[in-house]
Design a protein around this ligand. Sequence first.
Ligand code: SF4
Ligand code: SF4
Ligand code: SF4
Length: 347
Amino acid sequence: MSTINQRIEQELIGVAKELLASKKVEALIGYKRGTMPMTMTPFVARSSEEAEKLCWNSFCVLNLANYLPQVLRSFEPPRRPNDPPPKGPLPKVGIVVTGCWSRNIVVQIQENQVERDRIVIIGISSRGMIDKKKVHERVGGKEVTNVEEEDNRLIVKGPGFSKEINRWDVIRDNCKSCIHPDPSIYDILIGDLKGDRQISNRFSQVEEIESKDIDERWQWFMDEISSCIRCYACRNACPLCYCPTCFVDDSRPQWVGKSKEQVDTALFHILRAYHCAGRCTDCGSCESACPMGIKMRILTKKLQKDVFELYGFEPGLNLDEPLPLSTYRLEDPQDFILTDIKMGDKK
Ligand code: SF4
Ligand code: SF4
Ligand code: SF4
């Protein structure tokens, strides 16, 4: 008897082979098995033979939308970052998405990073992805050589041990608080849609930090980032970080120091989080990519909560709903601007 993910995988391979063989797409972004247990590697299949390598399981943690602009551009004539896009029909690219990845693609379309007409979106309703750090914790940090995934449990094996783990116990924090597991946009659906999930408080992780006083909150932040090695894996894994030159790499002007000094590291995290405000879909790719186990996603989740409370907006749910922080309307109340301050009042 096959598992849910095995059935999805088989259907996905069939769909991908047909799309590639019929040239409806020139390439298809999915996953293949990595060389280590619990590791899946983003993979671009360019032929129906290569589509045989595609796989699907609960370790597909890196957001595939991150690769979409680059793969699309690989089929365009070379151009500089600010040149206009080429004219005329261009090859299409297929991509596999779950709920949050599809919402990132919606944001990418809204921000003119990708063209809807050139993407064939294969949607899968997400069952939540597994945090392999949680699996390692459950086996006391022992070496894991093999993991078998069933629908509701994992069988984790290593030298001299075999342990059964409830799947939900090791699901990533962002997946546990996700209320939109279905793709918000797709051309082909694999499996069934599940509908929104009912969660009593999806912002509880953020509220736990908000309940601390200002000194405790600052201490929490400084403790959390203290082991950051400034590798930028979190930035590189994010499908919203596509600036030709990131502020951390600029040298004229140098917005932020490149050292591991706390002030530089803090500035990097605060600025990166603000750049994602109103755009982040809480996909968790940044946190999954971090080699130091830093929970920087709570910062973007806090901004997600603020944007939801201020504007009633969630990014990527609706292609026709503009991003609030990149929209200006004349009738905006703008009541946060203190218009009655006189020059002499300024301190
Ligand atoms: S900031 Fe993190 S959680 Fe948000 S979209 Fe980027 S990778 Fe995903
Ligand atoms: S952190 Fe900001 S500047 Fe850097 S790539 Fe991301 S959005 Fe662009
Ligand atoms: S991935 Fe982790 S260690 Fe690397 S820069 Fe981001 S928070 Fe720091």
